[in-house]
Design a protein around this ligand. Structure first.
Ligand SMILES: *[C@@H]1O[C@H](CO)[C@@H](O)[C@H](O)[C@H]1NC(C)=O
Ligand SMILES: *[C@@H]1O[C@H](CO)[C@@H](O)[C@H](O)[C@H]1NC(C)=O
Length: 953
């Protein structure tokens, strides 16, 4: 009897422990609540864990995390918070109303691993007791008003990963260890020292750095440091970003800084550095170099500069440079910005003929440049040469001599497909998915981005994408994010406004805001690597549906009893939750098996699982090996969506293209299966047909008919040597339109291609267009006929913004991409070129009153501008309808086909004539190109401009 009761007793004992600890936490939380204004209105009742107080997380009914960002909290922190002895995370970021100093008792929170108080108004000194928080991994106190010294005790935090004290009023020197006194040199596991924008002074201690350290970001900008840059810095081989700019550092740059071969962003600007020009030739990954405004000995631009192949940005203003500007400077492949202002550079400026297409700004003002080579003068819209002899000694009116010329002041905001005029209620904003809601807003600041071209749309879309991926993985209630107003501020930080829109509701609740705030304050969200270190400052969110309550009841005896009962129920709940989690895990595993595309195809289990494919042959690996000459290099004709593409010939002489999936790509596996199943059902003369496939020896390959003339892109870019006049372009686009219409309207089930672009339209020997690459295609079930919600896939520039923002895929998304292809067809421009979107380029040049809509400037010259481009205006009209912002304003593909047919008839071409273009003869003066299909009829040209005598007619 006694034995049987033992577990019960144990449970009772545990329960009593729980009651006491839990009731303590509620008391201290209540004290915290009393000390602050605007705490969440659901902070009532007796059980912060069971009843879900916003921002409170518990483990075993003890409070382990408080995250309350951007909810307008104000007041001073009650000292009682330090009694929450199980607390691991405290994040009160972005509450500007929080003031007062940090209590020294904070050292009692022995389990604290995240202390994050970014963007509040805390002040006073940092307590020494911070050094007792031995579990601390993230200490982010940036953007407050803290004063005094950096406590030496922080050196005891052996688990510290992130130390951000930037943007405070901290002063004094950086503490280093001495005897028994700790110092920051002991933080050998810390990756981030972010101390910028303080009043730190004295020398940067040599002892701070050693080869033991694993720092990747050292940001000391905008302090009052003096003395030399310590040569020990050269020992921290892990460094990737170093900012020492805007201090008063002097003396030589230590030569061993050149050992830091992982540095990608380096700022030494605005100091008093002297001695020889530093040698940075070893820093091959360097993207961004700013050493402006120092006092180096006069020297030529060192030759190693042009060998830094990753440079995007070179800032060498007022650094004592003389001699000529090396030609190679402008052909550094990624170079965007070159600033050489205020030096003694002389001679004739020469860009060479291979200058980088990424160049955005070349500022060589205030030098001794006396001339410009003729070929360079054609590239002067990005150039500033004011206050050089070339401008002062002649009366040139060139724009590069005009001090008022604005260069590169434009930057883009990623597209939002909604009208600004969408009428939303007060305080509401139209989201990228065109819904009115109350966004959470704030500013992202990137402290050392690796690029300087703010007009590159790709950068922002990659930021948006990665952010949505993060929010989705954390299951945050976010519908979409929008970025705007990118700008470099006076600290050389890149600032971008961020709006985060709620999903499923027009407003966030407090828990949503705090969870999003934490993902950003705690650096859970990591932007693409080239953005470098960042921080976020959120604005208060003022749109919660209920106002916080000011009053609350004090804890009564009844509450304590409630707590006790609650504790019991909690134990039971935990057990149930455990069991549930266990079952879910099993379910998840089963689901994974089910989703694996080849689970039922395993050849070891016999052929029973193989799909029945109409007309498509299953090849063995050996057969493919033979037909491609063992995948010889000469058979390699390109890289497709998921692997290499080889040319081969079957025993019957038929040419095939073999797409070979890369080993071990599960995404490739899915695409493979999709493509086989789709293609085997699809038969149309404007769609590439599948000959067979190989699923053998661990390989996944698709065997297509070989399309001899390559991609439409090859021809538009001049690579293929096929010249496309207006007639040919019309014929090609009609073919492509018919292929796509077939997929939408006649294939069963209908197929949305999802990746229509000029590299996925192939041209056969008679210039019939064939739509290819179904890797991303999506067949529609009946229920999905109107739209499907999918993970966004496709190619930037061609992607329907509505689909991109809403993830609602419809056939109109293909229509959008097709519209882009139509514009590309007449302009031969990439959809996004030099940061400019093709749709905008066309619309901006367009004037419907004028001949050819005034588009001559943007048309591809090889289209034959001297010929009559009949129907071009109607072509542009339909293309622009295809790229309307909302899907329902775009035509269906059937309508596009009909309109192109009409245009062709108008231009005197029979749209249904087989191989219309081969009957046209061209005066070919081909130089013996041995492309087998060029000989009969297709004109070859090399390079950009055509001799007008060769124009077709
Ligand atoms: C340019 O400056 C260098 C160094 O100051 C000098 O040696 C050279 O003669 C100058 N060249 C011209 C063309 O003035
Ligand atoms: C835009 O940025 C991306 C990512 O850094 C880069 O790959 C691309 O070359 C850039 N495009 C231009 C036109 O500079």
């Amino acid at each position: 009897m006694a034995v049987r009761n033992k577990p019960l007793l144990l449970l009772l004992f545990l329960h009593i422990l729980l009651i006491s600890a839990q009731s303590q936490d509620i008391v201290y939380l209540k004290a915290l609540k009393d000390s602050l204004q605007n705490t969440p209105p659901n902070w009532v009742g007796s059980d912060p864990c069971g009843e879900k107080w916003d921002g409170i997380t518990c483990t075993d009914s003890r409070v382990t995390s408080i995250t309350l960002s951007s909810i307008s909290l104000s007041g001073e922190l009650s000292g009682d918070i330090v009694q929450l002895s199980e607390l691991q995370t405290l994040d009160l970021s972005y509450n500007k109303g929080l003031t007062g100093s940090l209590t020294p008792d904070i050292g009692n929170l022995k389990k604290l691993s995240n202390l994050i108080l970014v963007g509040c108004s805390f002040n006073g000194p940092l307590p020494d007791t911070l050094g007792s928080l031995s579990q601390l991994g993230y200490l982010s106190l940036n953007s407050n008003g803290f004063t005094g010294r950096i406590p030496a005790s922080l050196g005891k935090l052996t688990k510290l990963y992130w130390l951000d004290l930037a943007d405070n009023e901290l002063s004094g020197t950086i503490p280093v260890s001495e005897g028994a006194t700790p110092g920051l040199d002991l933080l050998v596991n810390t990756k981030h020292f972010h101390f910028g924008k303080n009043k730190l002074s004295g020398e940067i201690p040599a002892k701070l750095f050693s080869s033991e350290m694993t720092l990747i970001h050292v940001l000391f900008e905008e302090n009052q440091f003096t003395g030399y840059i310590p040569s020990t810095l050269g020992l921290v081989k892990s460094l990737e970003v170093l900012r020492l700019d805007r201090n008063s550092l002097s003396g030589n740059v230590p030569s061993n800084i050149n050992n830091l071969t992982k540095i990608s962003q380096l700022f030494l600007s605005n100091n008093k550095l002297s001695g020889p020009f530093p040698d940075l030739s070893g820093m091959s990954p360097l993207n961004y170099l700013d050493i402006s405004n120092n006092s180096f000995k006069a020297s030529d631009i060192p030759p190693w500069v042009t060998s830094l192949k990753s440079l995007t940005t070179l800032m060498m203003q007022d650094t004592g440079l003389h001699g000529e500007v090396p030609v190679g400077l402008f052909s550094i492949p990624q170079i965007e910005t070159v600033v050489l202002r205020k030096n003694q550079l002389n001679g004739t400026l020469d860009f060479g003929n291979a200058y980088s297409t990424h160049l955005q700004l070349i500022d060589i003002s205030n030098n001794l440049i006396s001339g410009l080579t003729p070929q360079s003068s054609s590239y002067t819209d990005k150039l500033i040469l004011v206050e050089n002899p070339i401008c002062t000694e002649s009366e040139t009116t060139a724009p590069y001599c005009d001090p008022s010329t604005e260069v590169n002041s434009s930057y883009l905001t990623p597209p939002n497909n909604c009208n600004d005029s969408t009428t939303c209620g007060l305080g509401q904003v139209s989201s990228p998915s065109c819904q009115c809601s109350y966004p959470y807003t704030g500013t992202l600041s990137f402290r050392a981005p690796s690029f300087s071209d703010l007009g590159n749309l790709t950068i922002y879309t990659s930021l948006q994408d990665s952010m949505m991926v993060c929010f989705e993985s954390k299951k945050l209630p976010v519908d979409s994010v929008s970025l705007s107003k990118p700008m470099k501020n006076s600290d050389d930080y890149l600032e971008i406004n961020l709006e985060i829109f709620p999903s499923g509701s027009e407003r966030f609740n407090r828990s949503g805001i705090s969870r999003i705030g934490f993902v950003l304050s705690n650096q859970t969200y990591k932007p693409p690597h080239f953005f470098g270190p960042y921080f976020f400052i959120g604005n208060n969110y003022d749109f919660f549906s209920e106002a916080p309550k000011g009053k609350h009841k004090s804890i009564s005896i009844g509450v304590i009893i409630g707590v006790s009962v609650g504790g019991c129920v909690l134990v039971l709940l935990l057990v149930i939750a455990g069991l549930y989690a266990f079952r879910q895990k099993g379910r998840a595993e089963r689901a994974t098996k089910k989703n694996s595309p080849f689970a039922s195809w395993d050849p070891d289990k016999g052929s029973g699982g193989c799909p029945e494919l109409k007309g498509a042959k299953s090849f063995t690996f050996d057969e493919i090996k033979t037909c491609t000459n063992n995948f010889t290099a000469t058979a390699h004709i390109g890289a497709g969506g998921y692997g290499m593409v080889y040319r081969g010939s079957l025993p019957n002489g038929k040419l095939v293209a073999v797409k070979r999936a890369q080993q071990g790509s599960t995404q490739g596996g899915l695409e493979f299966k999709t493509e086989i199943e789709l293609l085997s059902r699809v038969h149309h003369k404007n769609v590439v047909s599948l000959v067979g496939f190989c699923f053998d020896a661990g390989e996944q390959m698709l065997v297509y008919e070989y399309i001899v003339n390559g991609t439409l892109k090859d021809s538009l870019s001049g690579r293929s040597g096929i010249r496309l006049d207006w007639m040919r372009r019309l014929k090609i686009i009609l073919g492509a339109a018919r292929g796509l219409q077939y997929l939408h309207d006649l294939a069963d089930p209908p197929i949305i291609h999802r990746d229509i672009k000029t590299t996925n339209i192939l041209l056969d020997e008679r210039l019939n267009a064939k739509v290819a690459d179904f890797g991303l295609s999506k067949p529609l079930s009946d229920a999905e006929r109107t739209h499907v919600t999918t993970q966004v896939k496709g190619t930037m520039g061609y992607m329907d913004p509505e689909y991109y923002m809403t993830q609602q895929l419809t056939e109109k998304s293909d229509v959008y991409s097709f519209g882009i292809v139509m514009l590309e067809l007449i302009t031969a421009r990439n959809p996004i070129e030099k940061g400019k979107y093709i749709v905008r380029v066309v619309k901006e040049s367009m004037d419907k009153e004028k001949d050819l809509y005034n588009l001559r400037e943007v048309l591809d010259p090889t289209i034959g501008l001297s010929t009559e481009l009949q129907g071009l205006e109607r072509f542009v009209d339909i293309a622009l309808r295809c790229v309307e912002e909302t899907g329902n304003k775009r035509p269906r593909m059937s309508e596009v086909v009909k309109e192109i047919e009409n245009i062709m008839e108008l231009a005197g071409i029979n749209p249904n004539a087989e191989s219309a273009s081969t009957s046209e003869t061209y005066n070919s003066n081909s130089k013996g190109n041995d492309h087998p299909y060029l000989k009969d009829s297709l004109f070859e040209y090399s390079g950009g401009h055509l001799d007008s005598s060769l124009e077709a007619k």
